[in-house]
Design a protein around this ligand. Structure first.
Ligand code: AGP
Length: 624
């Protein structure tokens, strides 16, 4: 049972291509997959229906590996085929776990998570199905094969199968004994149809087929689509005629890959509601207890932990700073947060009762990797929070909590950060649950608020106009400061980092309480200063920040205040007021960071910079 999240889950990480026509399917499917490479992936595969059989090749790694495998062992000619680039969620990136998945006469490719794959797999194995992978997706292949073997046509078989699946999925299937039909179904995961001249395409996004046709049909929620050589038929899961939206793609390829956004980074900022929802998906068992994937550390061992050290770099380090407040408050375990490149050189005090938590979007950051190797030499347990299934860091850790942000293409991390926060909160709650520091209802209360986050983030994104205007006003500023207290301090640091790495503007984040110990000397007339104001209700935290705003305003600063809607006291001191939703203190970073991401992205755009590839930066720093 997963957490029903308000925004609904939306998986858009794997690449899917299907073709039915009179040309060589293999060429078209492979070129379509190459158009989807930008999405990031860790394996690729293709299946054809030829001469009454399913012929397929699939390989871990880049599409070039797949092409090489096909050159070594050619596929037969066929005019119907499906292909897939996988971004692993369940099961490491291996040849066997790659798609397509084949069950006798059926081949499928899948994008999403089948939450109830475990009971379905057990049922199928009990009935004699032989699985060849550790993926959730393969379940769908066997279910379809069982249905068509029972006499159902592929469309009816698909309807039967999807009625049993829970989670987010796009499923595309072909049947060796029905080589004139491709059938697909979608729920919370994208799928578009390309309508050519006597040929039809299916894809995760139009980039895969716009070189062949720009006439497309967007599929809606819970729909089944059937492609035959005579045309396209779309129904609901129940078989009733369905409404679809035909459109003409006027984007060029690059824009298509960015789904209309100007930058991958902006697209990824706007993907955060879904990324957060997907990271929350499937974290509860049927008893309402938190379960974390691949936690291979026993509750007994976790109960013996007497110190936590979080180790990370850059944005991930700032997520760790937020995590410290939540973990210490919820578990009462001392929690240190270390810059990975400093960690092992300070001769840290680590022992078997220390839990080291590494946070890394890429899972390949050398500084972080070297830090956990050092920690493991000291016999500490290591949990990785990572967005890349099967990366080096999770592989070298004792346990992992995967975020489900999907590939993050922009060098500047955005959805990586917010989903890291979610994973940190989940870890803190899990530790509190295991150590009996929080009752189930207390944990459920925090999870309930986390479930609201996708829609709260969406609300901020829907009201970005004031941020864009502010970016226009401040785009030439030489220096901008960021202040925050408590969990607002890491938000200030992350906001400053975004501006530094994107707009190349000097920006610095400070703990608001530190102002009077030096930084206030920086305050000059009209110096822009962002201030993150905590929600009310927690000691004098908020009142002190309000005083800090008054102090800098009195010295001429231009104050941009981020505070809860209705906080008129804060608004009084604001030259610009950015309204945040009413969120509890520890979770506020999930929303407070969004305006700062938007601001940095817009300022950089206005300054004419390459937002996705900022100068001097790499997406994954694999050198120390
Ligand atoms: C984020 O905007 C930066 N590009 C950078 O600080 C990044 O967060 C850091 O290099 C860590 O990367 P990782 O999460 O992949 O380990």
């Amino acid at each position: 049972m997963g957490i029903d999240v308000a925004c609904g889950t939306f998986f858009d990480v794997c690449g899917i291509v299907g073709y039915l026509g009179d040309r060589e399917a293999l060429d078209i499917v492979i070129s379509g997959l190459k158009r989807l490479e930008y999405r990031g992936y860790d394996s690729a595969g293709v299946a054809l229906a030829a001469d009454g059989a399913i012929e397929w090749r699939k390989k871990q790694g880049k599409i070039a590996n797949l092409v090489g495998a096909i050159e070594d062992d050619p596929l037969p000619s066929a005019t119907i085929g499906i292909g897939h680039t996988r971004w692993a969620t369940h099961g490491a990136p291996t040849d066997a776990n790659s798609h397509p998945h084949v069950a006798r006469r059926i081949a499928i490719v899948h994008n999403g998570i089948i939450e109830n794959h475990a009971p379905l797999r057990a049922e199928l194995e009990a009935a004699g199905a032989e699985f060849t992978s550790e993926t959730d997706s393969e379940v769908a292949a066997h279910l379809l094969e069982s249905a068509v073997a029972g006499g159902a046509g592929l469309v009816d078989a698909m309807r039967q199968v999807v009625s049993r699946l829970e989670g987010a999925f796009t499923l595309v299937a072909i049947d060796a004994q029905d080589p004139d039909r491709i059938v697909a179904a979608r729920r919370n995961s994208p799928l578009v149809v390309g309508v050519g001249d006597g040929e039809y395409f299916l894809a995760s996004d139009v980039a895969a087929f716009i070189e062949h046709t720009r006439d497309a049909i967007e599929l809606g929620q819970d729909q089944v689509v059937e492609l035959t050589r005579d045309g396209v038929n779309v129904t609901t899961f129940d078989g009733a005629p369905a409404q679809t939206k035909a459109f003409h793609v006027d984007w060029d390829l690059q824009a298509a890959q960015k789904q209309g956004y100007d930058w991958f980074m902006r697209k990824e900022i706007f993907e955060q509601p879904h990324a957060v929802a997907d990271t929350l998906l499937g974290r509860l068992n049927d008893n309402g207890e938190l379960v974390l994937d691949e936690i291979r550390i026993s509750p007994e061992e976790l109960r013996r932990i007497n110190k936590i050290v979080i180790v990370a770099c850059g944005t991930a380090f700032y997520a760790g700073l937020v995590a410290k407040y939540a973990i210490e408050h919820w578990t009462r375990i001392p929690c240190e947060v270390e810059i990975a490149s400093e960690f092992r050189y300070r001769d840290p005090i680590i022992d078997p009762m220390t839990l080291v938590v590494t946070i890394s979007q890429s899972g390949e950051t050398a500084d972080t990797l070297m830090a956990i190797r050092h920690a493991r030499e000291q016999h500490a347990k290591v949990i990785a929070i990572c967005n890349t299934n099967g990366a080096t860091i999770p592989r070298e850790s004792d346990a992992v909590i995967y975020t489900h942000a999907g590939p993050e293409i922009g060098v500047a991390s955005t959805k990586g950060f917010t989903t890291q926060l979610v994973a940190c909160y989940l870890l803190g709650l899990y530790l509190a649950q295991v150590r009996g520091m929080k009752y189930g209802d207390e944990i459920a209360a925090v999870l309930g608020e986390l479930e609201r986050m996708p829609q709260e983030i969406q609300h901020l994104l829907d009201n970005q106009a004031p941020i864009l205007e502010l970016a226009e006003e401040l785009k030439e500023e030489p220096s901008i400061l960021f202040l925050g207290r408590h969990v607002g301090y890491p938000v200030a640091l992350e906001g400053a980092l975004k501006l530094k790495e994107l707009a190349y503007i000097h920006a610095e984040g400070f703990p608001a309480g530190e102002l009077k110990h030096g930084p206030i000397a920086l305050v000059s007339q009209d110096l822009p200063m962002f201030v993150v104001v905590p929600p009310g209700g927690r000691d004098q935290l908020r009142d002190k920040v309000i005083s800090n705003i008054a102090e800098v305003k009195a010295r001429g600063a231009r104050t941009i205040v981020l505070a809860e809607a209705g906080d008129e006291e804060a608004r009084k001191h604001a030259d610009h007021f950015i309204e945040l939703p009413r969120i509890s203190t520890l979770l506020q970073p999930l929303v407070a960071i969004v305006p700062l991401q938007l601001f940095a992205c817009e300022v950089a755009t206005l300054r004419g910079h390459d937002v996705d590839q900022p100068r001097n930066l790499a997406k994954s720093v694999t050198v120390e």
